[in-house]
Design a binder for this molecule. Structure first.
Ligand code: ZN
Length: 145
């Protein structure tokens, strides 16, 4: 990945950090889960509202570094309207992208989520980028229906 792209991604991440999407609590959420990253101090709570296995609404709250917030912001944008299975498949793809196990097939269509891929060069920040995703996965599993 060249530096120009990395810089562009960085700007986009800072922008999401400043103006996060879907920030706040969902009062009638069907499940929620909290994540904590002791390495960086990131805390995030993900709220999810499922109806017939479809994510009708998803949001997050918390305090953390720019990467953790941007990742949560992007995730909530991406998952609204998707079903449980699609959300878990996307979790795997993003996880693979961030941990570098699928560096060869980054061409896989991850849309805006690709901007998180720069994190792969900073192993200590991978946890920051995945914390919201783990919370989301946990919330979906908790949802009993
Ligand atoms: Zn962090």
């Amino acid at each position: 990945m060249n530096n120009e792209i990395l810089e562009l991604y960085q700007e986009m991440i800072l922008d999401h950090n400043k103006n996060p999407c879907n920030y706040g609590k969902i009062d009638d959420a069907t499940a929620k889960s909290e994540g904590f990253n002791p390495l960086c101090g990131d805390r995030v709570t993900v709220y999810i509202k499922l109806k017939n296995d479809v994510i009708e609404d998803i949001s997050f709250e918390g305090a953390g570094c720019a990467i953790s917030k941007a990742s949560a912001s992007l995730m909530t944008n991406e998952l609204k309207g998707k079903n449980k299975k699609e959300a878990l498949v996307l979790f795997d793809k993003v996880h693979n992208m961030l941990t570098g196990t699928s560096a060869d097939n980054l061409s896989e269509d991850l849309g805006k989520l690709t901007m998180l891929s720069g994190v792969v060069h900073f192993p200590l920040r991978v946890k920051c980028a995945t914390i919201a995703w783990h919370a989301m996965q946990d919330a979906i599993k908790k949802d009993k229906k």
